[in-house]
Design a binder for this molecule. Structure first.
Ligand code: MD3
Ligand code: FE
Length: 199
């Protein structure tokens, strides 16, 4: 399928069918058994999104600031990135590098993510690949300056977004999640995976 380009963001609607979505969710449940979701705290307070990760590095945020770290806050190394998720990178990322982090974001009812840039990775020439699962989310995309105009796009379960080129450095966020819009999770909610090269 040819992607939709919105504001320089490469969106692949319905990249994963229902069976593929369920297989990825199953694999991520396995990751979360070894590396449970936690609530990152920033200087601005606790985030509404809960997080975990797989791969060599995960993103953590605590009293000493935020950073990529080789260990979960519980002290254990992160589990391996599941093959079902790695396969999406191979298919959509078009990158010679291998992802070193699969960040896992869980949006329970009411969770959101403010407009931000992802600047903790060392090489912005490496793309980021995002996979949306569960409830629909209103994704806001801007430019490389906070004041640049933004456009919004609903992301649905099974959508893949490739952040490459100028969009890799662009401000973005999740304004809201539409509760009950998907049946993938029996009790609702949204899972977002982002594959990243960190070093
Ligand atoms: C644009 N996640 O984890 S995914 C994040 O749905 C994050 O949970 C959102 O923003 C979510 O940092 C949006 C789309 C996305 C992911 C990473 C990006 C857009 C991006 C990195 C750089 C630029
Ligand atoms: Fe981000």
């Amino acid at each position: 399928m040819t992607p939709v380009i919105v504001n320089g963001f490469e969106i692949h609607p319905g990249a994963l069918d229902r069976a593929a979505q369920m297989a990825v969710v199953d694999d991520i449940r396995g990751v979360l058994r070894a590396a449970p979701l936690f609530q990152p705290r920033t200087r601005r307070g606790p985030m509404s999104v809960r997080m975990s990760a797989a791969g060599q590095f995960g993103w953590i945020s605590d009293s000493s600031g935020y950073r990529y770290d080789a260990r979960h806050p519980g002290g254990q190394p992160w589990p391996e990135i599941p093959a079902s998720v790695m396969a999406l990178w191979d298919r959509y990322a078009n990158s010679p590098r291998t992802p070193e982090c699969c960040l896992i974001n869980w949006y329970a009812k009411g969770a959101r993510m403010g407009l931000h840039q992802d600047m903790d990775e060392q090489d912005y020439n490496c793309p980021v690949l995002s996979v949306s699962l569960g409830d629909d989310a209103l994704f806001r995309m801007g430019g490389t300056e906070r004041k640049a105009p933004t456009t919004s796009h609903w992301l649905s379960s099974g959508d893949v977004v490739l952040l490459t080129g100028p969009s890799r450095r662009a401000f973005h966020g999740i304004d809201r999640v539409r509760d009950g819009s998907s049946t993938l999770f029996p009790d609702g909610g949204r899972l977002n995976l982002t594959l990243r090269v960190v070093t």
